[in-house]
Design a protein around this ligand. Structure first.
Ligand code: GRF
Length: 216
């Protein structure tokens, strides 16, 4: 697989930084061709500039419809040869046209153990629900909100005296570890989608039954 990434952000960009660091430290063999933000004031843009990565602000308010925005976004990424799109705190839903333009080639990171607590304020939802364990998830993006086949997850215990900020901080440590690793797994290939599942290992024909079997 071509290893050219586009990273989409809306804010702080700490996950973007984790990806930049992994590339610079050669833990991740990839190139970040473009960082796009829908907000001009996203702090993450400065992280990209400091790393010498091209940035683009695409403000959704300048577009007539979601489709128009998604088309412009897709074109900008394709022009730079992007083959894998990484959502890193990008606060916009992408429409079917965009998702279909990058089939199984859009990743997202979410601060909970999906399918629990999709959407906004995942850590607050976890605290309100009283779960003892939450975590982080990297998944392939489909047209649903925080859905799509799960690539990696990490668990984080919820402590009795946690507040949203403390919990978010510990989840974030796991996010930063997980995201570059999930990108590497996807880029290295040898996986497939079975129903909802992201399955690693090549399918090989099982000679006895003629059915596909999984080589670990
Ligand atoms: C992270 O918690 C990520 O899981 C969620 O949005 C937050 C973005 O943080 N999707 P950052 O901009 O990467 O620091």
């Amino acid at each position: 697989m071509n290893r050219t990434l586009g990273v989409l952000i809306s804010g702080r960009g700490s996950n973007l930084q984790a990806i930049i660091d992994a590339v610079e430290q050669r833990r991740l063999d990839a190139t970040i061709a473009l960082v796009v933000s829908n907000r001009a004031d996203a702090a993450g843009l400065q992280r990209a500039r400091s790393a010498g990565i091209e940035t683009l602000v695409l403000d959704h308010r300048g577009f007539g419809s979601r489709d128009d925005y998604d088309r412009a976004l897709g074109a900008a990424l394709r022009e730079r040869g992007v083959t894998l799109v990484c959502l890193a705190g990008f606060m916009r839903l992408l429409g079917p046209a965009f998702v279909e333009a990058f089939p199984n080639a859009i990743l997202n990171i979410h601060p909970s153990l999906l399918p629990s607590f999709p959407g906004l304020h995942a850590q607050r939802q976890a605290l309100l629900h009283g779960v003892r364990v939450t975590g982080a998830t990297v998944h392939l993006v489909d047209t649903g909100l925080d859905q799509g086949p799960i690539i990696l997850q990490a668990a984080v215990p919820v402590l009795d005296d946690d507040d949203e900020e403390r919990l978010a901080e510990r989840v974030l440590v796991e996010e930063h570890r997980l995201y570059p690793e999930a990108i590497r797994i996807v880029l290295d290939g040898g996986w497939r989608i079975e129903g909802r599942r992201f399955v690693r290992g090549a399918a090989v024909p099982d000679r006895a039954s003629g059915h596909a079997a999984v080589r670990a």
